[in-house]
Design a protein around this ligand. Structure first.
Ligand code: ATP
Ligand code: MG
Length: 332
């Protein structure tokens, strides 16, 4: 079975709809066909300041949401990044092989740093894509299911795998991004030119899966569309409507042409009302399942402990080979 690896940050508590449609949904599907490793990336979360008690709680909430979304610990390896020390260890090695200039070209860093201001930006945020390289290469992953915003980081990972392999001998599997075109980028409901993101300008365009279903329904109903009236998929000229159609189509399994037909001659209001209902039907059981996992923290922690053990077995082997290739003197 080919291997997949991916991670999600425990920063905001709730996942947003972009996280789910762009990434987590694919994780669930891929556990059936792949040897899958999925993690809550708490080391990445501290690239921006975190309250310790909240970080600990959000890490469990993230794991609970992954299980609620359909990850099955019998079918995949689910763990917390900091439980596997090899991530930080290989991360250092990758830091030393990455050029400062090439790291400086990462657009996510530039965007986030510009928002925060340089004085408040950590060196960790700058090198986070390099830790991500280690995350992926440690597991010899063939594919990395992520949203479009991660494509550049996967490209850098490929460059580094290639660089290490040619300098020190074949060590790392060459990973490829696994990005589904339809859901690669879910847009903000208030600003359909921006990616739906935790750090959105206004919370009105952001669907948090753990919010009260009523709140999410309201956000859908007040989504920005356009001055035209036709319900048609046209990402360039009708980004708001197209985003709603993508969300509707993915959550219900109805194709976009079918939806266009269904709403022919109808108003935007009809589409939004129906999608609001679809959203409520989706988030309600999701929230309940998440809460069930959170109500039983011993079981949740046991799942994560078992996952970390399985992950460490793979990660330790890759790290040992890497250290050997680099010429580190083995500890006797
Ligand atoms: P941040 O803005 O702090 O980076 P995030 O919302 O991007 O947070 P991450 O934990 O960094 O959350 O990303 C988890 C996964 O969700 C990644 O694979 C990322 O590509 C994907 N993702 C995030 N936002 C979207 C979106 N709007 N559409 C599709 N995929 C997304
Ligand atoms: Mg992100």
């Amino acid at each position: 079975r080919p291997r997949v690896l991916s991670g999600i940050q425990p920063t905001a508590g709730s996942f947003h709809l972009g996280n789910y449609l762009g990434a987590v949904r694919q994780w669930v599907a891929l556990q059936e066909s792949h040897d899958a490793f999925y993690m809550v990336v708490d080391l990445h979360a501290i690239t921006v300041p975190q309250d310790p008690a909240e970080l600990r709680s959000n890490t469990r909430i993230a794991a609970a949401q992954l299980l609620a979304a359909g990850l099955d610990p019998e079918r995949c390896t689910l763990f917390v990044q900091s439980h596997v020390p090899e991530h930080a260890q290989l991360g250092w090695v990758m830091n030393c092989l990455t050029g400062f200039g090439e790291a400086s070209r990462m657009t996510q860093f530039k965007d986030k740093a510009a928002k925060q201001g340089t004085d408040r930006t950590s060196v960790g945020l700058f090198t986070y894509p390099i830790l991500q390289i280690a995350d992926i290469l440690l597991y010899q992953a063939h594919q990395v299911p992520v949203g479009e915003d991660q494509r550049q980081h996967i490209e850098l990972t490929r460059d580094l795998a290639e660089r290490f392999n040619s300098r020190y001998g074949d060590t790392f599997t060459m990973p490829a991004p696994y990005i589904l075109k339809e859901t690669a980028k879910i847009y903000d409901l208030q600003d359909p030119s921006a990616k739906m993101s935790k750090s959105a300008a206004s919370p009105k365009g952001l669907i948090n899966l753990l919010d009260e279903p009523k709140v999410s329904a309201k956000k859908v109903k007040s989504a920005v569309t356009d001055t035209d009236t036709v319900i048609r998929y046209d990402a360039e000229n009708k980004p708001g409507v197209s985003n709603l159609l993508t969300i509707y189509s993915t959550l219900t399994g109805t194709s976009i042409p079918e939806l266009e037909q269904k709403y022919e001659g109808k108003m935007y209001g009809a589409l939004k009302t129906d999608l609001a209902e679809v959203m409520v039907d989706f988030v309600t059981p999701f929230r309940d399942r998440t809460q069930e996992y959170l109500d039983d923290p011993e079981t949740l922690d046991a799942i994560l402990a078992k996952g970390a053990e399985k992950a460490r077995a793979v990660a330790a082997e890759t790290l040992a080979t890497t250290y050997d290739r680099l010429g580190f003197l083995p500890a006797k």
